[in-house]
Design a protein. Structure first.
Length: 472
């Protein structure tokens, strides 16, 4: 088995644009008889090393495989594990490309053992030849193909007979079992796939958009697929439920509800079950937002006589005031690295985007504008903040650097556009607009192009919240 790595690749913006937007991997098995298996792992480096690409490829003799992967990060790394009889004859090259698909640079690959090691010493004398080893079969195993994958993952499996997809049910030495559901029927089927027939396996991660809808006569938390399909009521309560926020693992949703007579922070499973009051306070508590490690929830409360930013453990314990200011502070938004919290403050006489350390220290005005600036939303890489502003005469979506510079309008519509939320890959932004006469959830590219209505409902739909990548 051979492990190769690009090592950490620096990819910070030059003139506002990262040099490498995508990575092309070319893999060649030069053995004319035996096969090899290559497992590709891609990591986003942003304070932590986060796996975002995982793919296993079985290469037949003399086969050439090409894979393209998103790489629009400030830093990333790719690691390749090659195994099988033809491992020594398998070659890999990695190429960085810009947004137009033009080659930017070639990334060298080194043995994973050499990363961080010192200079190698002189080669020792050759020892005696050992006895012949066991005959190696060219039959790949499921264990090799499924490195890093877990039961319950949604997989796309390319075989000699075509492509199959489903949820991984079980793994044996020579067979994987997928569970599939026949579309619109609810009928579940089981597929058994022999590992010898598999060419590649790709784990599929999905994201969802939660939102508030008035279509049932009161505010309810709904969820839908990112293309607007499968819109479903999660809360199903006669009270007003709104302002939803996904946990980082996508398993829970926090939200605001007045079902106990005042505004409180609730949490439920992502399917709407097990709805539970977290704050249990006589004051008004609203606007929940999870920390990126899932351990805490920031929220707004007026329990001290004015609106302040509070934080609590994810189970509702240890509720503590962070902002501690005489003015109103609302709408907390935790940065992806967990170090900062953006929020809205009225301490300058109008609504402005502020940022503070996660412990409440070092509170700084970012937007510094005489207009109304609200709805801060961090990009997944933590480099930008989208927000709403009326500085051009009506509410529009803006984006600025995380330090407050380069404030740029990305919507330009006479209607009201507000409440931005980023897709987990940073490529799109969902938002609320009333350009059709009522509030609807729209989506657009992160630069403001290709704006499209997702909800298309006669009632008001607002407050979109895009989940991170989650198990389907």
């Amino acid at each position: 088995m051979t492990i190769l790595s690009t090592g950490p690749i620096e990819n910070r913006p030059v003139g506002g644009v990262r040099p490498t937007q995508q990575v092309t991997v070319k893999i060649v098995n030069r053995d004319s008889v035996n096969s090899s298996t290559v497992v590709i792992r891609g990591f986003h480096l942003n304070g932590t090393r986060t796996l975002y690409v995982l793919e296993a490829i079985l290469l037949a003799p003399n086969e050439v495989a090409t894979r393209n992967h998103f790489a629009n990060f400030d830093a990333f790394e790719f690691v390749f594990t090659t195994s099988g009889p033809a491992a020594e004859s398998t070659e890999i090259s990695v190429w960085g490309k810009n947004a137009s698909g033009q080659l930017v640079t070639a990334h060298r690959l080194v043995s994973d053992e050499l990363l961080g090691s010192g200079v190698a010493g002189p080669q020792g004398p050759q020892g005696e030849q050992g006895p012949p080893g066991p005959v190696v079969s060219d039959t790949c195993t499921c264990d090799t193909l499924l490195v890093g994958m877990e039961i319950g993952d949604l997989l796309e499996v390319e075989t000699d007979c075509g492509t199959k997809s489903g949820t991984l049910e079980s793994i044996t030495s020579g067979v994987i079992q997928l569970k599939t559901t026949t579309e619109n029927s609810g009928i579940e089927n089981t597929i058994n796939i022999c590992c010898k027939t598999i060419c590649s396996i790709r784990r599929i991660l999905v994201s969802k958009i939660a939102f508030t809808s008035l279509r049932d006569g009161n505010g309810e938390i709904y969820v839908m697929d990112v293309d607007g399909t499968n819109q479903m009521n999660l809360t199903n309560n006669a009270a007003e439920d709104f302002s939803s926020a996904w946990s980082p693992d996508g398993q829970k949703i926090a939200f605001t509800s007045n079902r106990d007579g005042n505004l409180e922070i609730y949490v439920m499973n992502a399917n709407g079950t097990n709805q539970m009051n977290l704050t249990n306070n006589a004051a008004s508590d609203s606007n929940p937002f999870w920390s990126p490690d899932g351990q805490k929830i920031a929220f707004t409360s007026n329990r001290d006589g004015n609106l302040e930013i509070y934080v609590m453990n994810a189970d509702g314990t240890n509720q503590m005031n962070l902002s501690n200011n005489a003015a109103s502070d609302v709408q907390p938004a935790w940065s992806p690295d967990g170090q900062k919290i953006a929020f809205i403050s009225f301490r300058d006489g109008n609504a402005q985007i502020y940022v503070m350390n996660a412990d409440g220290t070092n509170q700084i005005n970012l937007s510094n504008n005489t207009a109304f600036d609200t709805d801060p939303a961090w990009s997944p890489d933590g480099q930008k903040i989208a927000f709403t502003s009326d500085r051009d005469g009506n509410l529009e979506i803006y984006v600025m650097n995380a330090n407050g510079t380069n404030q740029t309008r990305i919507t330009n519509n006479p209607a009201i556009d507000q409440q931005p939320t980023w897709s987990p890959d940073g490529q799109k932004i969902a938002f609320t607009s009333d350009r059709t006469g009522n509030d609807e959830i729209y989506v657009m590219n992160a630069n403001g192009t290709n704006q499209m209505n997702l909800t298309n409902n006669a009632a008001d739909d607002s407050q979109p919240a895009w989940s991170l990548f989650i198990h389907p």
